[in-house]
Design a binder for this molecule. Structure first.
Ligand code: ADP
Length: 169
């Protein structure tokens, strides 16, 4: 009994430890870069308390995009999506923190900006689904897949945020 109790305590304990190292991929799409929204988008994630662990600007290849959007290949808008996403540079980032995948999706808002709430990135900066300013991974698995696709391991930094005790218990 003793060991079962200890085991369940351990489970409780490990379930109670927040996964502050969860990561997600956020990209400012070409329209966001053209419209000089990069700073404002970064600011929202910084001020929410998330930690930036990777950042770069690049002209995306069709090859990378076809992997990134592999689930959308059959969609009628796929060709114009590729054209849009390769029309100019993209700024791609990895943000880290508790529940960052889910919270980022809420911060970014509905895929269709017409349905996105005010206060979300898409709700504040866009009104059409074909120009929705930003990408955010939609699940933990998706985030892991996308981070591996867009970043080399050595482009992501493990660093300690000096205010960590102010953002987590
Ligand atoms: P999200 O980016 O919110 O995860 P999806 O994965 O469904 O949404 O779609 C990927 C991207 O494809 C969208 O962000 C948007 O740029 C584009 N897209 C989605 N639906 C449409 C559509 N009906 N018409 C044009 N572009 C679309």
């Amino acid at each position: 009994k003793g060991s079962a109790q200890q085991h369940s305590k351990q489970l409780c304990w490990s379930a109670g430890v927040p996964d502050v190292s969860e990561r997600t991929l956020i990209a400012v799409k070409p329209d966001g870069v053209q419209r000089r929204l990069v700073g404002q988008i970064i600011q929202r994630f910084e001020q929410r308390g998330f930690k930036l662990v990777g950042l770069k600007m690049l002209q995306v290849s069709e090859d990378l995009l076809s992997q990134h959007y592999c689930q959308l290949r059959q969609k009628p808008f796929y060709p114009s999506l590729l054209q849009y996403m390769t029309s100019g540079p993209v700024v791609v980032m990895v943000w880290e923190g508790l529940n960052v995948v889910q919270t980022s999706r809420a911060m970014v808002g509905h895929t269709n900006p017409a349905e996105a709430q005010a206060g979300t990135v898409r709700g504040d900066f866009s009104f059409h689904v074909s120009r929705n300013v930003v990408h955010a991974s939609d699940s933990l698995e998706g985030a892991q897949r996308e981070i591996q696709l867009w970043f080399q391991g050595n482009e992501l930094l493990n660093w300690v945020c000096c205010d960590q005790t102010s953002t987590y218990e």
